[in-house]
Design a protein around this ligand. Structure first.
Ligand code: NAD
Ligand code: AHE
Ligand code: ZN
Length: 389
């Protein structure tokens, strides 16, 4: 019953830099405005390994990070934020989903009532961001226990577990016709890139676009640029095997910066686009790339969208003149997409053959072998590995 704890397996990150450990864990029933989900499939996003490593993440201050008390870098924790499953039970007051619903977990929640949600200017929701960053549920406690210890939640989702509990604003029901081993990827990578192009940049017909980094996120930006009928879609990647991937998703050009002679990548792109791109996207997390992406924008109006997550302590720089002369630097999380309002439409587009999803899946693993998903990710030929829970 919904009142009892559930036993299930989960991949636990006990400490920084260690392999995930498959453990039997106890998952407490959902409290008010919470939902317990049986996770069927989870993708492994390229944000994940950084989080599982010793790299301390913090969006507060450096001093705070260095103190070792970084709330977003704590252990033990259940990672995972790209998951789909079925609602097992709901807590008091939950009206948006019911047991049996097929759902995708949302690391960017949508309460529809906070200042952010009502602004009409952002998809970031403020309602539970503080507790989510501390790895706990909105009431300040954890629903996970293993070997007598509480485990932290991750990004409000913790999908590397057969059962997880999330806030009711962190989940969206989707059609039961859609296969969950694909729709899990709409929980991060695909939505992030596609949304960055169509929702955040609102790429216009005929415009010139450059995408740095052809992973799941970058290729999804390509897909969004194709959807909005961009004229020139240039993919930039150091891995030569990404040329084929870029073309498969509709890119018109591919540039490997390592092959340029006496020319920076920004100079090359400016030359290719008669003065610069209308839109550029960083999908690498490298701050040097972010600078090049901004400087490859057209004077007067070019916009550069930062999507990549940089390593702790990294900072971006450019000459202010770049902004004085009209280039715009912005960024987005989850593509600027509001999960509860917009994800069902993306699923419908997928079901109608208008949104590629299957094409991103290059590897599959079981929960037992989830560490292998991290290994294949480090090889250049993995776009997305889907884990069968
Ligand atoms: P990925 O590792 O699959 O793709 C990165 C690509 O960038 C690779 O093809 C790699 O060869 C290429 N690359 C690396 N360095 C490069 C350089 N200097 N120049 C050109 N290309 C280079 O990763 P992914 O899963 O597609 O994620 C991309 C980035 O987006 C990561 O930083 C990830 O953490 C971040 N991310 C952000 C959000 C968000 O909401 N903002 C969501 C998901 C992922
Ligand atoms: N805490 C890190 C930044 C982490 C980050 O930027 N996360 C993205 C999602 S990455 C998904 O693969 C995000 O959603 N950010 C918005 C938010 O509110 O966290 C740091 O570097 O400080
Ligand atoms: Zn992600």
């Amino acid at each position: 019953s919904s009142a009892s704890p559930y036993e299930g397996k989960a991949a636990v990150a006990w400490d920084a830099g260690q392999e995930l450990s498959i453990e039997d864990i106890e998952v407490a029933p959902p409290k008010a405005h919470e939902v317990r989900i049986e996770i069927y499939y989870t993708g492994v996003c390229h944000t994940e390994p950084r989080r599982a490593s010793a790299d301390p993440w913090c969006d507060l201050t450096d001093a705070y990070t260095l103190s070792g008390k970084d709330p977003e870098g704590a252990f033990p924790i259940v990672l995972g934020h790209e998951g789909a499953g079925v609602v097992e039970s709901v807590g008091e007051g939950v009206t948006s989903v019911k047991p049996g619903d097929y759902v995708v977990a949302l690391y960017t929640p949508e309460c529809k009532e906070c200042k952010f949600c009502k602004s009409g200017k952002t998809n970031l929701c403020g309602k539970i961001r503080a507790t989510q960053g501390r790895g706990v549920m909105p009431d300040g406690t954890s629903r996970f226990k293993c070997k007598g210890k509480d485990l932290l939640h991750f990004m409000g989702t913790s999908t590397f577990s057969q059962y997880t509990v999330v806030a009711d604003i962190s989940v969206v029901a989707i059609t039961k016709d859609a296969p969950m081993d694909r729709t899990c990827l709409l929980g991060c990578g695909i939505t992030t890139g596609y949304g960055a192009a169509v929702e955040t940049a609102k790429v216009e017909e005929g415009s010139t676009v450059a995408i740095f980094g052809a992973g799941c996120v970058g290729l999804s930006v390509v897909q969004g640029a194709v959807k909005n009928k961009a004229g020139k879609i240039i993919v930039v990647d150091l891995n030569p095997s990404k040329k084929e991937w870029a073309e498969k998703f509709g890119a018109t050009d591919f540039v490997n910066p390592a092959e340029l002679k006496n020319q920076t990548i920004q100079e090359k792109l400016i030359e290719m686009t008669d003065g610069g791109c209308d839109y550029t996207f960083d999908c690498t997390g490298n701050v040097g790339v972010m600078r090049a992406a901004l400087e490859a924008c057209h004077k007067g109006w070019g916009q550069s969208i930062v999507i990549g997550v940089a390593a702790a302590g990294q900072e971006i720089s450019t000459r202010p003149f770049q902004l004085v002369t009209g280039r715009v630097w912005k960024g987005c999380a989850f593509g600027g997409i509001k999960g509860r309002s917009q994800l069902p439409d993306l699923v419908a587009d997928y079901m109608d053959g208008k949104l590629k999803v299957d094409e991103f899946i290059t590897h599959r693993k079981t929960l037992q072998d989830i560490n292998q998903a991290f290994d294949v990710m480090k090889q250049g030929d993995c776009i997305r590995c889907v884990v069968n829970m």
